[in-house]
Design a protein around this ligand. Structure first.
Ligand code: NDP
Length: 283
């Protein structure tokens, strides 16, 4: 079997176009503010891409750049100011933050109604209890890709590899909400390969280059590779050994060009949802 490639760039472009069309009908431009502290080079490219995608789709987007030496109190004061600004619908504080700042405290200060990263405990709690809220962008993007791939989730055996708060846990909650039978595996799991082999839907989010081998994948499974790993030779690879997996999976996402493009598109989707939610307009 040769797997069908799920093209994240195409799905993301389609989602961005849908959002742009919706925004064109609104009497206001949803406001997104991305706060960046210091100059971590990896996040710099990402922040510029977010800003460009947001502006192209019709959002009122701006990046607020603060110096590396910013204190926690200064950052919290800025977040409060954005919380109180009626023109701002979405606030995203780019991680990582410098050492002097407690990231958790900052994330918990963002108004949950403007928390477009979906990292606030209130939004995590809503997701865990099946209530409407803002959902973390990467797992939300994975759900779009599964829908586009035509993967049926109700009753399916889904395995999530990784249990972080930003990917693994919300991913498991979304799959459970879609009626999949969900297993979460992690660094203390006894036989990872055996657990993965049972999966009809396998989501890999570990951050270990090509850890998931071809023979870990059940014939015909849908494989979504969230991992982004830079090899010493400069190549970007996922958590799945793509060239092996393609001979077993039914459908698979590439790296790059799979989940990555969906994350920004879902950030924009969340910003639009936040803007409509704050104004009491149905999505
Ligand atoms: P974390 O480091 O926060 O979590 C990794 C998870 O993988 C942990 O639960 C850890 O287990 C588990 N793990 C690590 N090593 C192993 C191992 N050898 N065997 C089994 N489980 C293991 O990472 P993130 O969730 O933030 O990110 C995961 C990957 O996804 C990274 O490559 C990251 O770059 C990528 N990513 C991609 C995004 C995108 O837009 N495409 C967005 C966000 C992340 P334990 O809890 O037991 O330590």
């Amino acid at each position: 079997m040769t797997a069908r490639i799920i093209d994240g760039k195409e799905v993301a472009a389609k989602l961005r176009a849908t959002l742009a069309a919706r925004i064109a009908t609104l009497p206001f431009a949803p406001g997104l503010r991305v706060v960046r502290v210091g100059d971590d080079p990896a996040s710099g490219v990402y922040v510029r891409n977010k800003d460009k995608a947001a502006k192209t789709a019709g959002f009122d987007s701006a990046t607020l750049q603060l110096p590396e030496s910013t204190s926690e109190a200064e950052l919290l004061a800025l977040v409060e100011q954005l919380n109180n600004d009626p023109a701002v619908d979405g606030i995203l504080v780019q991680l990582p933050l410098p050492k002097q700042i407690n990231a958790q405290r900052v994330l918990e200060t963002i108004d949950p109604a403007k928390d477009v990263d979906g990292f606030h405990a209130v939004n995590a709690g809503r997701l865990a209890t099946g209530q409407k809220g803002l959902v973390p962008c990467t797992p939300k993007g994975v759900m779009h890709l599964l829908a586009e791939a035509g993967t049926s989730l109700a009753g399916a055996r889904a395995v999530v590899l990784g249990r972080s708060n930003i990917v693994g846990k919300p991913m498991a909650a979304l799959l459970l909400a879609a009626d999949a039978t969900v297993t979460v595996v992690h660094s203390r799991t006894r036989d990872l390969a055996a657990e993965c082999r049972r999966a009809e839907v396998l989501i890999a989010a570990v951050g270990k280059p090509e850890m998931v081998k071809g023979d870990w994948i059940a014939e015909g499974a849908t494989v979504i590779d969230v991992g982004i790993n830079r090899l010493p030779d400069g190549r970007l690879v996922g958590d799945v050994a793509f060239n092996e997996a393609i001979g077993h999976a039914g459908a698979i996402t590439p790296v790059p060009g799979g989940v990555g493009p969906m994350t920004i598109a879902c950030l924009l989707e969340n910003t639009l949802e936040a803007a409509l939610g704050r104004r009491g307009v149905a999505g």
